[in-house]
Design a protein around this ligand. Structure first.
Ligand SMILES: [Zn+2]
Ligand SMILES: [Zn+2]
Length: 397
């Protein structure tokens, strides 16, 4: 049987140099021109059929196996964040104010490494691998949708039709050696809300003739805390966070308006509907009760990311074999969001986490921190598991 870990180790200098190159030259969502160019070049060098411009800067590679079978999509996100890097690493960003602070440089390098491994074993593949290098996972960056949806619009799930998917995230919340592979919901559905509370401005010393939106806002923020505490079952999970409040200009002026913004996170659609319904009732009820007009806008960012049972159990089995030394966690889930959820709404899949922090070397800052960096050994673990799981999935279906 093929030893995927040994192969990933042999390819590690390649993986590491790609990762560091991407890290030096980060690009924001839908601007991954250089990154996508390198991806296309590396895939073409292997003789893999490449399509560029799928979802603006996305790149798709198609590798047909030696035997017929289903099509498996492997997805890797490529975008960086608008953060000024403070790692002091020798491979630090040379693009001022832009940084790979989420590990997508590593994901792209893993994707190209997996392509090399799977290309070498294409005769063993009973089916087709579709490599999906996705732009703009971190947000829409000025477009009407993010990278996953943009690629879906351009038909990434068709021609050939995708039957299943695997994807991963390097995970600095957990140490190197840890793997998170869980069935069912693993990342939350996310909404962004904005609330405008419109009162009647006036003199701070004559509140009785004004309608004060600040007092209404204060009561609303407090009452919103009762949704999770009183309306969601203690056995379910939800988050309601008000993350910014804007109102007022001077110490003696009652403002006309206060704006609130924040996010709602849930794993389950029934819970989500209940939270959204209570949110609107509370905001309107309190705001209007205090004499204000209220304008509520709740917009869905992503659905929950839900893993398929049979694909996930195959990935777990592969992980036990290929990375037998790992601490395999089959219950980990997080309230963060991920646009792979749009793809997994259409195609059954497994999204897994590869622990990457290293406290001893101070490589344990969280994702999106200006000092974020990880132990690069996680790259070879991710590559080995993804390549092996791809072969296993195509050969058992
Ligand atoms: Zn991120
Ligand atoms: Zn990320």
């Amino acid at each position: 049987m093929t030893d995927f870990l040994t192969q990933a180790k042999e390819l590690f200098p390649y993986t590491q140099s790609l990762r560091r190159d991407f890290h030096r030259h980060p690009e924001l969502g839908f601007r991954e021109i250089r990154t996508g160019g390198i991806v296309a070049r590396e895939l073409e060098l292997l003789g893999i059929e490449v399509t560029k411009g799928v979802g603006k800067t996305g790149v798709v590679g198609l590798l047909e196996g030696g035997k017929p079978g289903p099509t498996l999509l492997l997805r890797f996100d490529m975008d960086a964040l608008p953060i000024m890097e403070e790692t002091g690493a020798e491979y630090a960003s040379q693009n001022n104010g832009v940084m790979h602070a989420c590990g997508h440089d590593g994901h792209t390098a893993i994707g190209l490494t997996v392509a090399k491994i799977l290309h070498a074993h294409r005769d063993q593949l009973a089916g087709t691998i579709k490599f999906c290098f996705q732009p703009s996972e971190e947000g829409n960056n000025g477009e009407d949708v993010g990278g996953a949806e943009m690629m879906m619009r351009d038909g990434v799930l068709d021609g050939p039709k995708v039957d299943m998917s695997i994807s991963l995230h390097l995970w600095n919340e957990k140490p190197l050696g840890w793997l998170g592979v869980k069935n069912g919901p693993i990342m939350a559905g996310a909404e962004i809300f904005t609330v405008r509370i419109l009162g009647k401005g006036g003199h701070g010393a004559i509140p009785d003739v004004a309608v004060d939106p600040i007092v209404a806002a204060a009561n609303i923020v407090n009452a919103l805390q009762t949704i999770v505490a009183r309306n969601v079952s203690p056995l379910d999970t939800a988050v309601v966070s008000v993350t910014n409040i804007h109102g007022g200009t001077a110490f003696n002026v009652i403002p006309q308006e206060v704006r609130l913004e924040g996010t709602i996170r849930t794993f389950d659609n029934v819970v989500r509907q209940r939270v959204v319904e209570r949110f609107e009732q509370i905001v309107r009820g309190i705001g209007e009760g205090m004499g204000c007009q209220v304008v509520v806008n709740i917009e869905r960012i992503t659905p929950a990311l839900v893993n398929n049972e049979s694909i996930t159990s195959q990935v777990q089995e592969t992980a036990r074999r290929v990375l037998s030394e790992s601490n395999l966690d089959s219950s980990y889930q997080t309230m963060t969001a991920e646009d792979m959820a749009f793809i997994q709404e259409k195609v059954p899949g497994c999204y897994f986490f590869v622990g990457s922090n290293d406290k001893a070397r101070h490589l344990d800052y969280g994702h999106h921190h200006p000092k974020f960096d990880f132990n690069e050994e996680a790259l070879l673990r991710g590559s080995a598991l993804m390549a092996a799981a791809a072969v296993d999935l195509l050969n058992e279906k």
